[in-house]
Design a protein around this ligand. Structure first.
Ligand code: GSH
Length: 204
């Protein structure tokens, strides 16, 4: 079995890094420099024409998009370790949360960031669109807080759906999003952060 993982620190690849840590699957990690434009070089684009990390190559086959990677790695390596549900409705619930993280929450995040952050030129900013993105982030966090009321994790015991979605919370805290109104979410996030894989991957 060969598994390569192309990553950059403080990027969407952090989600995949945590997933791989949880699974304990041996892989070759390949650091790419986003500032130097490594993901737009021909040798990288041949593997991922989308020009982004994360990218994994499993037994010679490139797979990109973090949600697909989490679900794929869960299916391949997570079921036997009770970190990903076997095929069936609970698998569906895990896929739902992973997809929701990238599509619904991810869209709100992208609209907020595009309109306020220093990574986008100031003349591309639209304050009202940025505020609407942030409001939608809070709608998502309220939904998640409600879903976690009275339950320890998203699907029965801890799964890679928790790993994946909690990684977005780390990013939100890094970006100084106010989480004070979401006690169930915060308690869940603390449970996720107590995992040995999480602690080791964060240098704790
Ligand atoms: N939808 C993609 C987003 C990946 C993404 O945006 N990666 C960024 C880092 S956070 C990247 O590689 N950017 C390099 C570039 O666009 O030049 C996923 O979830 O994998």
């Amino acid at each position: 079995m060969s598994l390569k993982f192309y990553y950059a620190p403080m990027s969407t690849a952090s989600v995949t890094n945590l997933v791989l840590e949880e699974l304990g699957v041996p892989c070759e990690k390949i650091l790419v420099d986003l500032k130097k434009g490594d993901t737009h070089k021909p040798e990288f684009l041949r593997l991922n024409p989308n020009g982004k990390v994360p990218l994994i190559i499993h037994d010679g086959v490139p797979i990109w998009e973090s949600a697909a990677i989490t679900m794929y790695l869960g299916e391949m390596f997570g079921v036997a370790k009770y970190l990903y549900p076997a095929p069936g409705p609970k698998r569906g619930v895990a896929m739902q949360w992973i997809t929701w993280a990238n599509v619904t929450l991810g869209d709100a995040v992208a609209r907020w960031q595009r309109n306020v952050s220093e990574w986008t030129p100031a003349d591309h900013h639209n304050a009202k669109a940025g505020a609407a993105g942030l409001a939608d982030i809070h709608n998502c966090l309220a939904l998640l807080n409600h879903a976690l009321e009275g339950r320890p994790f998203l699907v029965d015991g801890y799964t890679l759906a928790d790993t994946h979605l909690n990684s977005f919370m780390d990013w939100g805290r890094h970006m100084k999003v106010d989480f004070s109104a979401y006690p169930h979410l915060n308690a869940w996030s603390d449970r996720c952060a107590a995992r040995p894989a999480y602690i080791s991957s964060n240098g704790g």
